[in-house]
Design a protein around this ligand. Structure first.
Ligand SMILES: CC(=O)SCCNC(=O)CCNC(=O)[C@H](O)C(C)(C)COP(=O)(O)OP(=O)(O)OC[C@H]1O[C@@H](n2cnc3c(N)ncnc32)[C@H](O)[C@@H]1OP(=O)(O)O
Ligand SMILES: O=CC(=O)O
Ligand SMILES: [Mg+2]
Length: 568
């Protein structure tokens, strides 16, 4: 039996609401809004609180383990395959078969949970739209709660949008992409919802509210009996996948739906996780629809994992592509692992986006995207990511040309040749050089990204590339690493070493450049100075911050005390 309200008693309608109606032990400190109140119902909050109470100790333990692993890496250890789970690596098990509704995932568009973009993405011609609460979103209360409202309207197919300035209206086409939702990573708290006096775990809020309100409609209208579908980001170990699996089981139980209804694709986007791909799929075997190469966070994680290994410095960010041996090995092993276990091996995101006002540069950008997709489909990926609706047709053509009418390559491209990829392959030092331009680009991209994030945008176009939290992290940690080890910029032939004084000058000059590029007016009104402070502090910190957005989050939490006028 499918219990739409999870069997909780129906909440009585309040006629006058001045603040959210919360269950025992839950406090909502975010701004009151009537639309948000339809999401933050007492029953939905009770569901989130139950998840938080059941899993908080498991999450705490997983973070203790992350800390312990970091300590080991910082003392010189390298990540590697786990001998204790050889029986999983070598066993002959497979995951549950992919639901027919999402057998074909050739091209997936991703984007933040903004109303207009959700409509555009669902109408884009992509097979799947991954609605993002992670890398592409600045997790302000407004963005998150509006995102939940938008997704509910999208699942119920009544989402619309009117752009007053352009007098343009948006609504869904008859044929739309299948919806996946990516909740935040385990590390991000939700500072506006307190459960038993502590901030809720961000991803349990994202998952819990979305699941609670949409599971029944989704399964009926989109999933052909399966769903909802998720992407799970930034995990470092299979024990974290095990928590998600238990969360899914609990949600299915509460909703009274069959085990295995919920399906999720895990992003392999941390270095430790590449050694756990079998274990992650195993933990989620009833709920899995594969793995995805989250290449940008993966590069970030390579630097983070090796923060105390000066012999493993990265070259300039632009040189760390999928052709580097360690990146190619990661993608090949992911395909081999997924296909052996009967699930999708998804490719990743090329950073290029269409360049509207320059046809030659636009064609060059599209060609880079096409090449990246060709590499992926030939390697055996079953689908890929695209950042922009203008890329869907080209990506689709590449995949269709190679796969014809086949929905995926799970059973036709096993990549047995990749089964013997070793720890050395996965950790091989990237080749390339470091330049002053690399340091400058990291700095001006990092500052502009943080400025955008602080003002509500989690994905932005910068210098004709898509930038989001993952790409910005690379800029930050690379600067930190170069400063920490006072590295030589060996690509310029000048023997210049990076130190705080040089970095100080670079920051000043890049801030001046940003001001010239964006104009004095925007520069003074937006948060460039605050962004510069946050970014500079993180690049020069004596110990590396785990995440750029954890510190920056403090700037965007806005508490509204109960009964304050802003809640009315
Ligand atoms: C590392 C990772 O995690 S990758 C996954 C996370 N990152 C993302 O999802 C990034 C998604 N992409 C984006 O956010 C955007 O494409 C950006 C910020 C990179 C570029 O945005 P813009 O410069 O505004 O794009 P542009 O002006 O060319 O947009 C043209 C139209 O396409 C729409 N559009 C652009 N990207 C998207 C998208 N990803 N989804 C839906 N619609 C989109 C715009 O809303 C606009 O619509 P309109 O013509 O109806 O007004
Ligand atoms: O989430 C995707 C990534 O590349 O990071
Ligand atoms: Mg990522």
């Amino acid at each position: 039996m499918d219990l739409g309200n999870f069997g909780y008693p129906t909440a009585t309608e309040k006629t006058t609401v001045s603040y959210y109606d919360v269950p025992e032990g839950v406090d909502v400190r975010g701004r009151y809004d009537q639309e948000f109140a339809k999401i933050l119902t007492k029953d939905a909050l009770m569901f989130v609180a139950e998840l938080q109470r059941e899993f908080r100790n498991h999450i705490k333990y997983a973070f203790e383990c992350r800390k312990e692993a970091k300590r080991r890496y910082n003392e010189g250890a390298l990540p590697g395959f786990d001998a204790a789970t050889k029986y999983i690596q070598e066993g002959d098990w497979v995951c549950a078969a992919p639901p027919p509704a999402i057998a074909d995932r050739k091209v997936e568009i991703t984007g933040p949970v903004e109303r207009k973009m959700i409509i555009n993405a669902l109408n884009s011609g992509a097979k799947v739209f991954m609605a993002d609460f992670e890398d592409a979103v600045s997790p302000s209360w407004e963005n998150l709660m509006r995102g939940q409202v938008n997704l509910k309207d999208a699942v119920e197919r009544r989402i619309s949008f009117h752009d007053k300035a352009r007098n343009r209206s948006y609504k869904l086409n008859d044929q739309t992409a299948k919806l996946f939702v990516r909740p935040r990573g385990w590390h991000l708290p939700e500072g506006h919802i307190l459960i038993d006096g502590e901030p809720a775990t961000g991803c349990l809020v994202d998952f819990g509210l979305y699941f609670y309100h949409n599971h029944a409609t989704f399964r009926r209208t989109q999933g052909a009996g399966f769903g909802p579908f998720f992407y799970l980001p930034k995990m470092e170990h299979s024990r974290e996948a095990k928590i998600w699996n238990s969360v899914f089981e609990r949600a299915e139980e509460k909703a009274g739906i069959e085990r295995g209804s919920i399906r999720a694709t895990v992003l392999i986007e941390t270095l430790p996780a590449v050694f756990q791909m079998n274990e992650i799929l195993y933990e989620l075997r009833d709920h899995s629809v594969g793995l995805n190469c989250g290449r940008w966070d993966y590069i970030f994680s390579y630097v983070k994992t090796f923060q105390a290994h000066p012999d493993r410095l990265l070259p300039d960010r632009v040189q760390v592509g999928m052709a580097q041996h360690f990146m190619k090995s990661y993608s090949d092993l992911l395909i081999n692992t997924c296909h052996r276990r009967g699930v999708h091996a998804m490719g990743g995101m090329a950073a290029q986006i269409p360049i509207r006002d320059d046809p030659v540069a636009n064609e060059a950008a599209l060609e880079l995207v096409r090449k990246d997709k060709l590499r992926e489909v030939k390697a055996g990926h079953d689908g890929t990511w695209a950042a922009h609706p203008g890329l869907i047709q080209d990506c689709m053509k590449v995949f269709n040309n190679h796969m014809g009418n086949e929905p995926n390559q799970i059973h036709t491209k096993k990549r047995e040749d990749a089964a013997n990829i070793t720890e050395e392959d996965l950790l091989q030092r990237p080749v390339g050089v470091r330049t002053m331009e690399g340091l400058r680009l990291n700095t001006r991209v990092g500052i502009q990204y943080v400025a955008a994030w602080l003002t509500g945008s989690g994905s932005v176009p910068l210098y004709n590339l898509m930038e989001d939290a993952a790409t910005a992290e690379i800029s930050r940690v690379q600067n930190w690493q170069w400063l920490k080890y006072e590295v030589e910029l060996n690509g310029d032939g000048l023997g210049v070493r990076v130190n705080k004084e040089l970095f100080g000058r670079v920051v000043e000059e890049e801030m001046a450049r940003i001001e010239r590029e964006v104009g004095k007016d925007k520069f003074s009104k937006r948060m460039y100075k605050e962004a510069c402070k946050i970014f500079t502090r993180q690049c020069t910190a004596s110990t590396l911050d785990d995440f750029l957005t954890l510190d920056a989050y403090n700037y965007i939490v806005v508490h509204h005390p109960r009964g304050s006028p802003s809640r009315l």
